[in-house]
Design a protein around this ligand. Structure first.
Ligand SMILES: NC(=O)c1ccc[n+]([C@@H]2O[C@H](COP(=O)([O-])OP(=O)(O)OC[C@H]3O[C@@H](n4cnc5c(N)ncnc54)[C@H](O)[C@@H]3O)[C@@H](O)[C@H]2O)c1
Length: 260
């Protein structure tokens, strides 16, 4: 009897042109997965996730290229706390990330052992919270959140964008579970990428990042974060759902040992 050829797994990665997203794309391409990269430039799909039109393009083009069957999604596109105006941080890191995630749930639902991973950050837990911004994020008020962000310092806005995103992941555990799609987040500490180099070059933010205690006494390489992402996407880990996995050399545990 003729065997039907096995379909290659298809993974979409936002932020695929640099840093962690590039490391994820490279790792999966090497192991034979079809990767659809999304970024501002240098990717299969060119889209600006800060804008509604860019988000629509990203979702439409990924769905078209995977023919409505996506096995994995990694949402890594993001900007650092040094970027101005601060409102753009919530537009990309929170609203852009969720638009891609929710926009591709249908395609993921038709995939094989499908899973999505979001790049959060350990800054979510260690940044003093701004309740007003968090409230606007959870209400989905993008214009209100961007306006509030413009009144705050970049570190607070970045931390809240990642805290809001981590909470949004956890809030989706039931609907995504019902759809048969696993959803998890990775929360890295400082990773050696262009984003971090931009933060370190900022005269106020750089010294603060340098002061972060890291029990493992070094920063991560992007490949080490890609490895954690691969763990969460692996069908062998089919019961991991709604998790926020800290991959930060122990910083969150040291600073917040009793957070659980
Ligand atoms: N590097 C770190 O220390 C660190 C730590 C914690 C979390 N993170 C998170 O990991 C993710 C990846 O960061 P990285 O360090 O690899 O950064 P990076 O700057 O190396 O890569 C980010 C990519 O996202 C793309 N991007 C930015 N804005 C976009 C937009 N509007 N539309 C489409 N694409 C856009 C960029 O072009 C870039 O290619 C981000 O979400 C970041 O917040 C990074």
């Amino acid at each position: 009897m003729a065997m039907s050829p096995r379909r290659r797994r298809t993974l979409a990665v936002t932020g695929s042109a640099s840093g962690i997203g590039a490391a994820v794309a490279e790792r999966f391409t090497r192991s034979g997965t079809t990767v659809i990269g999304v970024d501002l430039a240098g990717s299969d799909v060119v889209a600006d996730l800060a804008s509604a039109e860019g988000r629509r393009t990203a979702v439409f083009e990924v769905a078209r290229r995977c023919e409505g069957r996506l096995d994995g999604l990694v949402v890594a596109a993001g900007i650092g706390p040094q970027v101005r105006p601060a409102g753009s941080i919530v537009r990309v890191n929170y609203f852009g990330a969720l638009a891609v995630l929710d926009g591709l749930l249908g395609s993921l639902g038709s995939g094989e052992a499908p899973a999505a991973v979001v790049l959060a950050s350990n800054s979510a837990g260690i940044t003093p919270p701004d309740a007003a911004l968090l409230g606007l994020l959870s209400e989905g008020d993008e214009e209100g959140a961007a306006a509030r962000a413009d009144e705050l310092d970049g570190a607070t806005v970045y931390g809240m964008s990642k805290l809001g995103l981590s909470r949004a992941v956890r809030r989706r555990s039931r609907p995504w579970g019902d759809a048969g799609v696993r959803l998890n987040a990775v929360a890295p500490g400082p990773v050696d990428t262009p984003l971090l180099r931009g933060t370190l070059a900022d005269p106020r933010l750089g010294p603060a990042v340098e002061l972060l205690p890291i029990p493992l006494r070094r920063r991560a390489a992007p490949e080490e974060i890609a490895s954690a992402v691969a763990f969460l996407l692996d069908p062998a880990n089919a019961y991991v759902h709604g998790a926020v996995l800290f991959v930060d050399g122990g910083t969150d545990a040291e600073l917040r040992p009793d957070a659980l």
